[in-house]
Design a protein around this ligand. Structure first.
Ligand SMILES: Nc1ncnc2c1ncn2[C@@H]1O[C@H](COP(=O)(O)OP(=O)(O)OP(=O)(O)O)[C@@H](O)[C@H]1O
Length: 671
């Protein structure tokens, strides 16, 4: 086996080391550790040398700079080179300069750091400036867009065009790049200036735009005025939208059409528009009063009132028989000359077969007392005051003669109003009577329209325009209808039969002026019928004014209360009233609904609180108008009717409520 020289060398070193004495080994290890530490120190030294050389280089640079500065100083001071010749003090100077150098060196290091910071600061500022510019551009762009949107919206209103909006460079994300050319910078500066200007002015974009719109409108108006197609600004009328189109159309016709409800021409094609206008005018409270009619200048056509022919059975009755029969009919009392005898059956009043069939269908076997006496009186063509209690059948007493009356007259023409007019105080009653009439109307070929307040008007107008022989109405709404569109909705020219139902309530509710206004506009030779549950003295004056030689038919007393109604009066001290009420509620509340009438709204509220504290489920109804004009009473009444079943106790302002089924009605305050 051949061994190389290197191997041999290694072996020698090994054996040599093995043969070393312990002392040598120690020394050797120390030298090794010294080697290691020298290596580390060498590395350290080399690094420090590098730093030192760097410092040296920077010192050199500083020295060069100093030298150059010195040279410049020398030159400027004009000192000779001798001054820099080596002198004994020079070494000292060198020492000093060395120490100075050290200080300068540390200062220079500091300067480098601060220069970097400055650079960084500048860079950041530049970046911030860029961002600010971008934000300003974005604001300018947003304002421009807002202006454009507003402009488009007004343009939709077909008025103004050609409005100058400030032009600005459209900002996009591309602008967000860091590299910007000179052009960009210029544009930015411009935008910046514009944005600043805008900010300074602080004008709302919409305001600015509206100012421009107004300027344009003024221009257009000036042009139109010059052409003579628009009123001068002095008229104070400025139409901004919609109407402008109409003005342009009217230009061609060479005339102005007044936007006045009375100026609207009616035709069947325009019916819908007409109804809308009438409804809008009424809704906007542009109510017109009913102009008083001068009957002396009108030639009314002749009409028949008297249709009644006494049947032989009644003709045979002696006055005593008649008196006995009237007593039998709940003590009917009759006032007025020439009152016919009360009828005994439907056949006695001369109604048609169709009507008889309907009555049969309705199971109305024979006339009620008020019907038995009022029907022949009305059919004789007489004016009548009928006084009878609630639920006595008064409605049929005036509608059966009405059918006969209406059917006797020529059919309605296109512009004719009704032949008969029934006035009621409330919507409910109006609807109830309308319902009763409809039971007969269809088979008789007659039409009825209910006209009442507190509800939509358009449908009522449309119905009236289609024509109706009979109108059931509340007075306030009827006046509105008569006054609407100069009587084109309906009129009273054909009215020959008037009914005032529940006249006492109408009187109580203050409808007398409206009732009189309507009645005064109906031909004076009409037939007028007035029905009432009571007939207070104040009503007599009204009756005398509107009725001619009336017959008064009274069933029961003048101030009638149904037999079914039990009345109790308790006279109490003020502070004892509440306990009495609690006692009564305790007695009756489990039987059904209870209505407590109070005189004042405050009383309703305070009593409500007290009753609620006493654990009674109750509600108060007030704040409703006392008349139909306020549209409240009817609704209030309707509410009571609807809610009575659901609420144990109701507190209501003192108003008579008929047809309501309540277990107890308490008049809390009587005066
Ligand atoms: N001859 C009759 N026979 C039987 N029922 C009748 C007759 N006439 C009317 N009625 C019925 O009696 C009820 C009361 O009639 P109506 O409403 O006409 O009375 P009213 O005196 O007008 O009451 P209100 O004053 O409350 O309006 C109605 O349900 C009606 O259908």
């Amino acid at each position: 086996m051949v061994r190389s020289g290197r191997d041999r060398d290694r072996d020698r070193r090994k054996s040599h080391s093995r043969s070393l004495s312990p002392e040598r080994k120690r020394r050797r290890s120390r030298s090794r550790s010294r080697d290691r530490s020298s290596k580390v120190s060498k590395r350290k030294r080399s690094r420090s040398r590098e730093r030192e050389s760097k410092r040296e280089r920077s010192r050199d640079r500083d020295r060069d700079r100093d030298r150059k500065r010195d040279k410049r100083d020398d030159k400027s001071n004009g000192s000779s080179s001798k001054s820099r010749k080596k002198s004994p003090d020079r070494d000292k100077d060198n020492e000093r300069s060395k120490s100075k150098e050290k200080t300068i060196k540390s200062e220079a290091e500091y300067d480098i750091g601060s220069a970097d910071k400055e650079e960084e600061q500048n860079r950041l500022e530049a970046e911030m400036q860029k961002r600010r510019e971008r934000i300003e551009r974005w604001r300018a762009e947003r304002k421009r867009k807002e202006l454009e949107t507003a402009k488009k919206e007004v343009q939709k209103g077909s008025l103004v065009t050609n409005i100058q909006t400030p032009t600005a460079k459209k900002w996009s994300l591309e602008d967000d790049s860091g590299d910007e050319g000179e052009e960009d910078k210029e544009a930015k500066e411009k935008l910046k200036a514009e944005a600043k200007k805008e900010e300074e002015e602080e004008i709302d974009p919409l305001d600015a735009y509206m100012q421009e719109v107004q300027q344009e409108v003024r221009k257009v108006n000036q042009i139109d005025q010059a052409r003579g197609i628009m009123p001068s600004p002095d008229s104070g009328v400025v139409i901004l939208s919609g109407t402008a189109k109409k003005v342009t159309e009217q230009k061609d016709k060479g005339e102005l059409i007044e936007q006045n409800q009375d100026g609207l021409e009616y035709s069947s094609e325009e019916e819908t528009e007409d109804i809308k206008d009438a409804a809008a005018n009424l809704a906007s409270k542009q109510r017109k009063d009913l102009a008083k009619v001068d009957h002396s200048g009108i030639q009314y056509m002749q009409f028949r009132k008297a249709f009644y022919t006494e049947v032989s059975e009644l003709a045979r009755m002696t006055p005593e028989d008649v008196e006995a029969y009237r007593t039998e009919l709940e003590g009917i009392r009759v006032k007025g000359k020439g009152c016919p005898k009360p009828i005994k059956s439907w056949a006695h009043c001369g109604i048609s077969k169709k009507e008889l069939d309907i009555l049969k269908k309705l199971n109305f076997e024979k006339p009620t007392p008020i019907q038995a006496q009022a029907i022949p009186a009305i059919m004789s063509g007489r004016d009548l005051i009928g006084i009878a209690k609630t639920g006595s059948g008064k409605t049929l007493a005036f509608i059966l003669p009405m059918f006969r009356h209406v059917l006797d007259q020529p059919p309605l023409e296109d512009t004719d109003g009704p032949i008969s007019l029934i006035m009621t105080p409330t919507r409910e009653l109006c609807m109830q009577i309308g319902k009763d009439i409809r039971k007969f109307a269809k088979s008789l070929g007659l039409r009825v329209v209910c006209v009442y307040g507190g509800t939509g008007i358009s449908e009522q107008i449309a119905e009236l325009k289609r024509g109706a022989e009979m109108i059931v109405c509340t007075p306030g709404r009827m006046i509105d209808m008569l006054a609407a569109n100069s009587g084109r909705v309906t009129n009273l020219r054909r009215v020959t039969y008037i009914v005032l139902d529940e006249a006492d309530r109408m009187f109580d509710m203050g409808f007398e002026p409206q009732v009189m206004k309507i009645i005064d506009n109906v031909r004076p030779d009409r037939q007028t019928v007035m029905f009432s549950a009571t007939f207070p003295r104040q009503m007599e004056a009204l009756a005398r004014r509107i009725l001619q030689k009336p017959i008064e038919v009274q069933v029961g007393g003048r101030s009638i209360v149904c037999k079914e109604v039990e009345q109790h009066v308790a006279v109490l001290e003020e502070d004892a009233k509440f306990f009495k009420l609690l006692e009564l509620l305790g007695l009756y509340s489990h039987l059904g609904s209870i209505i407590v009438f109070v005189d004042k709204q405050e009383n309703a509220d305070s009593l409500l609180k007290d009753l609620m504290k006493a654990s009674y489920s109750c509600m108060s109804l007030h704040g409703v108008g006392q008349g139909e004009a306020a549209g409240g009473h009817e609704r209030g009444g309707a509410r009571v009717g609807r809610q009575a079943a659901g609420v144990g106790c109701q507190l209501r302002l003192s108003q008579p409520l008929r047809g309501l089924r309540a277990q107890m009605r308490s008049n809390w305050s009587c005066w």
